[in-house]
Design a protein around this ligand. Structure first.
Ligand code: SAH
Ligand code: SF4
Ligand code: F3S
Length: 441
């Protein structure tokens, strides 16, 4: 079969999903499919979906309704739902949306070619949603767009069962990928021009494979790839170790950046969330990190309006944000997810109060980020440029070691350059500057 093999994938959700899309495309590329970025000319449309909040799923249902139009025009079109919503809703999706042909969960991507073939040959719809305790796709070569930055998934799944979170249900149990295969993939990426590698996992601190833990994995990779930036997400405060901080500090090429979801500043709420740390524990980690790495970049996630959150609990979150002064924060209104423990608690905070709290946190963090950025004025920072700026083709966008976005005039500079940039202007999201030198880090 040589025709009808143009595949288009749209990806929603976290970096893990973007990394999975590269794995799915890798499998399809091996099997003779042609990858396209044009939805209208494709024979197969996959949505790689996210279930983390209701709004994330609403977006997907809206998109499915839009795809109906394409399917009416093109009867042979195959539509597949992959990823977390496929895993969460399973058969219900086939019943609710008759344009859907395939439902494939995050641990079943090896079956994609067989399911497509069967759909084409027999007309049967297909569903594969079994979660695995082993699957890491470690032998699959992901299909990546050439770039400066690349993702490598080092572990999959989550065993933490935070009471609000659907991820352990959609992604299954934790499992880690063999260090040797990670190193080989990283070395291959560097040969192809990658200069910035993100190691991904729902909770990278839980990485453990054949006696190697996450700090050791970082050490091995950083040692083998000098001059290449190594970053990781996401860390859980419960098991972020001193050893990790020390290894970060010891290696110049491990980026001094930690994304450490706090979720709430109230011990009462943290307990019901099943986060396994208190506000004081969290503060201690931040202080340790800053002692060892004074310029470490810190970002976080906050949920507001969790069931039972009082004004006083909310104030504790604001106070802690004021005390810590994160570089940035991602803030979400609580969204009840069926089957999670917190679902049983209802959704007691009215949506107007949730929005007010959300607004207040976002405004406060914006002021803090601006204050942090103002302190960077006049400093010279080393920046790796990774793309054209979204606003203008005449500008380049890059990141500092501590994950700040920096914009410069393009001039003679190229994507992939490591440059020293003097910061001349800032806002709460971005730094702007002028190049003072070229570094070959
Ligand atoms: N594994 C990562 C986060 C995965 S989900 C970690 O533990 O850090 C990303 C963020 O979505 C979470 O940190 C949390 O802030 C938010 N989130 C998860 N479930 C949510 C829910 N039910 N309602 C609102 N926000 C939620
Ligand atoms: Fe969800 Fe908690 Fe696991 Fe993160 S650690 S994915 S928030 S259950
Ligand atoms: Fe969403 Fe699944 Fe990631 S629910 S946040 S795509 S793990």
């Amino acid at each position: 079969m040589t025709d009808n093999k143009k595949i288009y994938i749209e990806t929603y959700g976290c970096q893990m999903n973007f990394s999975d899309t590269e794995i799915i495309l890798g499998i399809l590329d091996e099997n003779g499919y042609e990858i396209t970025e044009d939805v209208n000319s494709s024979d197969i449309i996959f949505l790689n979906t996210c279930s983390v909040r209701e709004n994330a799923e609403k977006k997907i249902f809206k998109r499915l309704n839009e795809l109906k139009k394409i399917k009416t025009r093109k009867k042979d079109l195959i539509v597949g739902i992959l990823g977390c919503t496929a895993e969460r809703l399973k058969n219900d999706l086939l019943e609710k949306y008759d344009i859907v042909d395939l439902i494939i969960g995050p641990d079943e991507y090896r079956k994609v070619p067989a399911l497509l073939k069967n759909r084409r040959e027999t007309g049967e719809k297909g569903i594969a949603v079994v979660l695995s305790e082993m699957e890491t796709y470690d032998d699959i070569l992901p299909f990546r767009k050439n770039g400066v930055t690349a993702f490598i998934s080092v572990m999959r799944g989550c065993n933490n069962f935070c009471s609000y979170c659907i991820v352990p249900f959609t992604r299954g149990r934790e499992r880690s990928r063999n260090a040797g295969t990670i190193v080989r993939e990283a070395e291959e990426l560097v040969r192809s021009g990658v200069k910035d590698i993100w190691l991904l996992g729902q909770n990278v601190n839980s990485y453990r494979c054949e006696g190697i833990d996450f700090p050791e994995l970082l050490k091995i990779i950083a040692g083998k790839l000098p001059g290449v930036r190594i970053r990781f997400i996401t860390s859980h405060p419960y098991d972020l170790s001193d050893k990790l901080l020390e290894i970060m500090a010891e290696h110049k090429n491990i980026c001094k950046y930690i994304h450490l979801p706090l979720q709430s500043g109230s011990d009462k709420i943290l307990k019901v969330m099943n986060r396994l740390y208190s506000a004081a524990d969290y503060l201690r980690i931040i202080q340790r990190a800053r002692n060892i790495m004074p310029d470490v970049g810190l970002s976080t996630d906050i949920i507001c309006g969790f069931p039972g959150e009082t004004d006083d609990d909310h104030k504790k979150t604001l106070d802690l944000l004021n005390e810590i002064k994160f570089d940035s924060a991602f803030t979400f209104a609580y969204s009840p997810r069926e089957n999670t423990e917190a679902f049983e608690l209802g959704d007691s905070i009215p949506s107007e109060i949730k929005s007010e709290r959300l607004k207040e946190i976002i405004q406060l963090q914006r002021n803090i980020s601006l204050e942090v950025h103002n302190k960077m004025l006049g400093k010279i920072l080393n920046v790796l440029f990774e793309s054209r700026s979204k606003r203008s083709d005449k500008q380049l966008m890059g990141r500092t070691d501590c994950n700040k976005s920096v914009i410069i005039e393009k001039g003679k500079y190229e994507i992939g350059d490591f440059l020293d940039v003097k910061i001349e202007k800032v806002n709460s999201a971005t730094l702007f500057g002028k190049v003072t030198g070229i570094t070959n880090d």
